[in-house]
Structures are given as structure tokens and as C-alpha cells.
Ligand binder design. Structure first.
Ligand code: HEC
Ligand code: HEC
Length: 300
């Protein structure tokens, strides 16, 4: 990720350099092959510290996120851009531009030349865009919401970093971020799909993974001897382990289900690619996330 560039011209609040000094600095810039100094908003001090909890941490998601709670935050803080249903069509969406994203005009503005140019548009993410959402781990969304995304209109709601836009007060707590992101997550499925996923899961998976997703199915005793994490109630295949699931991408879960799990010639889990259609596998993946968060009213 591009950091903030404190160019040789100094911060933007320093007194204006003389013409000669400016030209010299520009020549130096050209010589060193640096990109021109890009003005970015001044991040708060915390932005430079590694944020607490951004390394893998136990109890990262202490309470089960609740998508209904998240929807309240979403309606108040996010819908203006992302749209009431997360389709990227909020009332502000059309006007959003990428702040200070154009190095060309920023460079010319050093000479007080302001060419007429269209600011680059910045389109809000659509949370019903499956191609995009299935590649995201919840953790990645968490980071985007907490820090914001630099050089786009997406603000940071906890500690805006790298010059991202500030999402304003009140700051969202960790738990609020989990709640709101799982409301967005819920836009990738529907009540019918969850019901289908549940049927398949209870039929084909619960014998090992448990009806509750806690790895306590009838086969669990046997598996505990083969997989040490199951004996501890954590790790792959225990879907109530939120610390584990926070870092899982839907595509990863899909692949495990399709290919099964073999280790040192022992089949820990059968492959389902020949028994389930791709869409059926996706409905199971969507259902697996309901062990991690409480789905909203409209999906129950
Ligand atoms: C001012 C408009 C605006 C507001 C308000 C806003 N967003 Fe965004 N958001 C954006 C834009 C624009 C993007 C796309 C950034 C990009 O181009 O990568 C984005 C991207 C995201 C992403 C990344 C999606 C992905 O697939 O990587 C998440 C998650 C997100 N927003 C969540 C939220 C949440 C939660 C809120 C409210 C707490 C919120 N946003 C409020 C404009 C906004
Ligand atoms: C015979 C027992 C068994 C059955 C049946 C079974 N699994 Fe598994 N599954 C396991 C074991 C054991 C693991 C953990 C393997 C490991 O340690 O990597 C696992 C791992 C997984 C993972 C990987 C989790 C991760 O975070 O990497 C997913 C996803 C999964 N199972 C889903 C399913 C689904 C969905 C079904 C039903 C369609 C199913 N499993 C059926 C035993 C089973």
C-alpha cells in the first residue's frame, strides 16, 4: 500500500519555498525518479501505530456479531454511499470522487497551474457483488471499515490511516464494526439459500462438524484422535471458532468442501465436488457463516 509521501518539499504547512528552491527540489525529484509529492490529508498519530488486534489475536470477535444491530449502524453511517440494500446506489454515490488521487494535477498545482480536469469518480462497493464478496475474509472488511481505503471515498471509522478520509464521530467500536460488516455479509445470500444450505449441511456434514457447527458431531471422538485442534475445540472445521473464521474467505471454504481434506494419505473429510453442484456448495458455505454471526430478521 502506498504510504503517505512526505516529499522533500516538506509538509504542506511549511512556509512556501522560493522559486529557486522549488525548482531545485523538482530537479532533485526528477533525478531520483520519485513520484511528485502528493498532498494527502494529515492522518492522526495513531495511524502510524500498528492497530491493536490487527495481528491474529485470540478473542478478536468476542461476541457473536448481530446483523440486525449492524443494520442500524449501516442505515445511519453507510447507506448514503452504499445504498439502502448495499447495492452501491446510495444518494451520494454518483457524486463521490477519489480524494487527491490524480498525481498529474497535484504536480501541476505546485506551479499554481490548475488545469480543468474531471476528478476521478470513486464508486462504493456493492455487497451483493458475489465475485467480490466471496474473495473477502471478514477480517479484510474489518480492516477497510476501521482504517478506510486511501485514495477512495471510503472513510475510516476507527483510525483512518494512510491518508484515508475520516469517517467522523462517534468512532465505531470493534464490535460495531463486526456487526455492520456481517450485515453487509448477509447481502450475499437469501432466506431460501440459507434453508437449502442448512438441509444439505444437516444431511452431509453434521455427523462430523455437529448440528451446531461446533465440531461435536457423532464422529467427533474419532476425529479428535486424528486432528489435534478438534480436541481443543478450535481450528479448521469448527465453525463456531470465530477467531478462525474471521480469516477465512468463502472461496477457501468452498475449495475445502469441493476437494475434501486428505492428510498423509488419510482422508479426514470426503470431497463433495462430485456429489453437490457448485451452487449447492455455495449455499452450504453461506450457511456456514451463520455459525459465526446472527443473521438479520429478513433472512430468518
Ligand atoms: C462517503 C461514502 C462512503 C461511506 C459513508 C461509506 N463507504 Fe464504504 N466504500 C465507499 C467507497 C467509494 C468504496 C470503494 C473503495 C474502492 O474503490 O476500493 C467503499 C468500500 C467499502 C468496503 C470494501 C469492500 C470490498 O469488497 O473491499 C467496505 C467493507 C465498506 N465500504 C464498508 C462500509 C461501511 C461498513 C460503512 C459505514 C460504517 C461505509 N462503508 C461507509 C464509500 C463509502
Ligand atoms: C468424515 C467427517 C467429515 C464430514 C462428513 C465433513 N467434514 Fe468437513 N472437515 C472434517 C475435518 C476433520 C476437517 C478438518 C481438517 C483439518 O484439520 O484441516 C474438516 C474441514 C472442513 C472445512 C475447512 C475449514 C477451514 O477453515 O479450513 C470445511 C469448510 C468443511 N470441513 C466443510 C464441510 C462441509 C460443508 C461438509 C458437508 C458437505 C463437511 N465438511 C463434511 C471432517 C468432515
Amino acid at each position: 500500500m502506498r504510504g503517505r509521501r512526505a516529499g522533500p518539499l516538506g509538509g504542506r504547512r511549511s512556509p512556501p519555498a522560493g522559486r529557486g528552491g522549488l525548482l531545485l527540489a523538482l530537479a532533485l525529484l526528477a533525478l531520483t525518479g520519485c513520484q511528485p509529492y502528493v498532498r494527502v490529508s494529515t492522518p492522526t498519530r495513531e495511524a502510524y501505530q500498528p492497530l491493536e488486534g490487527f495481528a491474529v489475536r485470540m478473542n478478536f470477535m468476542p461476541r457473536k456479531p448481530n446483523a440486525d444491530e449492524g443494520k442500524k449502524i449501516y442505515d445511519a453511517r453507510c447507506a448514503v454511499c452504499h445504498g439502502p440494500d448495499g447495492r452501491g446506489d446510495g444518494s451520494m454515490a454518483e457524486q463521490l470522487t477519489a480524494p487527491e488521487k490524480n498525481p498529474y494535477t497535484d504536480f501541476l498545482s505546485l506551479f499554481r497551474i490548475h488545469p480543468k480536469s474531471e476528478p476521478l469518480p470513486s464508486r462504493p462497493a456493492r455487497f451483493n457483488n458475489l465475485d467480490q464478496m466471496r474473495l473477502n475474509a471478514p477480517f479484510a472488511l474489518f480492516e477497510t471499515i476501521a482504517r478506510g481505503r486511501p485514495h477512495t471515498a471510503m472513510p475510516g471509522f476507527q483510525h483512518p490511516a494512510y491518508g484515508a478520509v475520516d469517517g467522523g464521530e462517534p468512532r465505531l467500536s470493534d464490535q460495531q464494526i463486526w456487526d455492520v460488516l456481517f450485515w453487509e455479509w448477509s447481502r450475499t445470500t437469501s432466506r431460501e439459500r440459507l434453508a437449502q444450505g442448512r438441509r444439505i449441511y444437516n444431511q452431509m456434514c453434521a455427523s462430523c462438524h455437529g448440528v451446531q457447527g461446533d465440531g461435536n458431531g457423532p464422529e467427533a471422538a474419532r476425529i479428535r484422535e486424528q486432528v489435534w485442534t478438534w480436541a481443543r475445540g478450535v481450528g479448521p472445521g469448527i465453525f463456531t471458532d470465530r477467531d478462525w473464521m474471521a480469516y477465512r474467505k468463502p472461496t477457501e471454504l468452498y475449495q475445502k468442501i469441493a476437494e475434501g481434506v486428505q492428510r498423509r494419505g488419510v482422508e479426514l473429510m470426503p470431497a463433495y465436488a462430485s456429489r453437490l453442484s457448485p451452487d449447492q456448495i455455495w449455499t452450504v458455505v453461506e450457511y456456514l457463516w451463520t455459525f459465526v454471526y446472527t443473521p438479520p430478521q429478513d433472512l430468518r
